[in-house]
Design a protein around this ligand. Structure first.
Ligand code: ADP
Ligand code: MG
Length: 587
């Protein structure tokens, strides 16, 4: 895997640098770069991958640093114990802050992290026990037995070993079941929730992971500098950490290292060069950083590492899952038994009744078409059934269980899978990985096992299933293509494969033929007929009447939110009211 080339290079470079007769000054610089990179590594996960912007990471560095400082100085504990106490404290605070702030949307989250960063700064600066703004002095350097590893070259090796381990853990995580869920958060939560993923849980999770990375850096920093004071953990540093991640390339693990190096070196250079240039001293480098940030965002919005990443595109995944076991399948209703019973569901948006007491049933093995002019309420009906929207009234029974009040992820878990009127996918993931997201609820591996790569047996089963579903709909040839590069037709088929991956008892397709060319429509019709032959139960919203009349067993016709009629395609075609509705609005 090309992704691991930087890991190999760094693992060779670190011991080499430690052995070379570099001046101590440069080793110290590298130590700071390693520490900063560790913090911005957390931001790559949180901001770059998860889309959650935090200015408050410096505060978590502070928790790690102050915890070890206070405990080693006052209670005489070993730093190797205080590290874990610091991590525990950080995790608890991150969970609390996360639970409060991560439900906020848009700009409120960054604002909340600013507030949190500020308040912790003033708390550290005003507590007598923490030495107020002078901080705590006289910490011991880190040691192992009699060997001092807290300074110079040995500290460099420790710090960069932790950094490399963190980077590898992140790379592993992002390429896993929970990693795909994390990567889906940024594009909005609807699709991920429809795959059975609790997006809020993952938001809190990555917030905590990023905080833990920062806390480890704080612990290292405290014992490296042998003193802690609030200025290293204030808002200015919080902004600088974010700046490092963004300049380096916030979407890339190695961007964190590049950004940290650039900012640290530039910072030092400017602090000397600027006063000489303008003749007075002051924190003018902050202004230069501001300008640089604007320039980077304008000309290299994906950061410096994106230039490297573009030169070395990811190699396709090794197909090593032929021998993996198949995933277990759920029990499904026998042909003819009711799968879905929709009973008088209603949705009001203010004064508009988008869905007006609609009832119908889908029996196992049936394809039921839900048709009607634009704005009739078909997509809203879909959203009510799948739990994306809450119902004003009415009841939905799925496989005999009342799912009226369940959120969409719980309904998905029970085997109701869907596609979207506007394709929702992760454009920078491969087709195979996108489809594997559909099998999310059929896997169990969590964050830790993914980081440690003990999830591989399950990962192979998920990939095998994704490949099987893609082959089932005739897309076996584009497993490793970037999903964003696909034409509309294959994108829609990919969504169907993703839905099939959840082993559904019922498949809901919202306008699968919209925007397709003639050839692509034929391919789709072929897939639908094949699924029908295999006994799949499908609820289909579609405008293409040829397709609908061709594949559907039953039709439900809506107009202005109300049920116009129900029946077989032949009955519906013969119904004058339907003709009037369509001829009046469509032709
Ligand atoms: P269809 O899928 O049949 O074209 P929709 O279900 O998308 O129709 O929309 C039905 C009606 O509900 C339309 O009049 C639409 O404007 C309205 N509507 C849909 N979603 C919302 C919403 N979130 N808020 C307010 N009105 C909505
Ligand atoms: Mg619609």
């Amino acid at each position: 895997m090309k992704q691991h080339v930087p890991v190999l290079l760094l693992s060779l470079a670190v011991p080499l640098i430690a052995l070379l007769p570099l001046p101590d000054f440069w080793i110290a610089q590298l130590n700071y770069i390693g520490l900063y990179a560790l913090v911005s590594l957390g931001l790559v996960l949180l901001t770059g991958v998860g889309g959650l912007t935090s200015f408050g990471q410096a505060a978590f560095v502070g928790i790690g640093a102050y915890t070890t400082a206070w405990l080693t100085l006052n209670l005489g504990l070993s730093p190797w114990i205080t590290l874990f106490i610091g991590l525990a404290l950080t995790a608890v605070s991150a969970v609390i802050v996360g639970l409060i702030t991560l439900r906020m949307s848009g700009h409120y989250l960054p604002l909340a992290t600013i507030a949190w960063g500020l308040s912790l700064y003033y708390l550290m600066g005003n507590l007598d026990a923490l030495g107020k703004y002078d901080g705590l002095l006289g910490l011991k350097s880190l040691s192992m037995g009699d060997i001092d590893i807290g300074q110079g070259r040995l500290f460099f090796v420790l710090c960069w070993a932790l950094l490399i381990a963190g980077a590898v853990a992140l790379i592993n995580l992002l390429d896993s079941r929970p990693g795909r869920a994390i990567r889906s958060i940024k594009g909005g939560t609807q699709m991920a929730e429809a795959m059975g993923i609790s997006t809020f849980r993952y938001k809190v999770t990555i917030f905590v992971i990023a905080a833990l990375f920062a806390a480890v850096a704080g612990w290292l920093l405290a014992h490296f500098q042998r003193t802690v004071n609030p200025s290293a953990f204030g808002l200015k540093m919080g902004i600088e950490y974010l700046f490092m991640a963004v300049v380096g390339g916030v979407g890339y693990v190695w961007g964190a290292v590049v950004g940290a190096a650039l900012v640290k070196l530039l910072d030092d250079y400017l602090q000397v060069a600027l006063p000489a240039l303008i003749g007075t001293s002051g924190s003018y480098e902050v202004i230069v950083f501001g300008v640089a940030l604007v320039l980077v965002l304008k000309y290299l919005p994906d950061g410096l590492w994106s230039v490297v990443a573009r030169k070395f595109p990811r190699s396709p995944r090794d197909v090593n899952w032929q021998d993996a076991a198949n995933l277990p399948e759920r029990d499904k209703p026998a042909r003819g038994e009711p799968v879905l019973e929709v009973d008088n569901i209603r949705k009001q948006f203010g004064g508009l009744t988008a869905v007006n007491d609609i009832s119908f049933t889908v029996a196992a093995g049936q394809i039921v078409g839900l048709i009607g002019p634009n704005g009739a309420g078909k997509s809203t009906t879909f959203n009510l059934i799948t739990g994306v929207l809450s119902k004003t009234s009415g009841r939905v029974t799925f496989c005999g269980a009342d799912v009226s009040h369940l959120p969409s992820r719980d309904i998905a878990r029970q085997g109701m899978a869907r596609t979207f009127q506007h394709v929702k996918m992760i454009a920078d993931m491969t087709v195979l990985e996108n489809v594997a997201m559909g099998a999310y609820t059929r896997g169990h591996s969590g964050v830790l096992s993914s980081m440690l790569r003990t999830n591989q047996a399950e990962e192979q089963r998920l990939m095998k299933e994704a490949q099987r579903q893609l082959e089932r709909i005739g897309m076996g040839a584009c497993l490793h293509e970037q999903a964003g590069n696909l034409a509309m037709g294959p994108q829609r088929l990919m969504e169907i494969a993703r839905a099939l991956c959840c082993d559904p008892a019922l498949l809901l397709l919202d306008e699968p033929a919209a925007g397709l060319r003639h050839k692509e429509k034929q391919a789709l019709a072929q897939v639908l007929r094949q699924l029908q032959g295999e006994g799949m139960s499908i609820l289909l919203v579609e405008h293409d009447m040829d397709l609908v009349m061709d594949v559907c067993d039953q039709l439900v016709v809506m107009e202005f939110g109300t049920l116009l009629t129900r029946g077989t395609p032949a009955e519906v075609q013969a119904n004058p009211a339907v003709r009037a509705a369509y001829l009046g609005t469509e032709h």
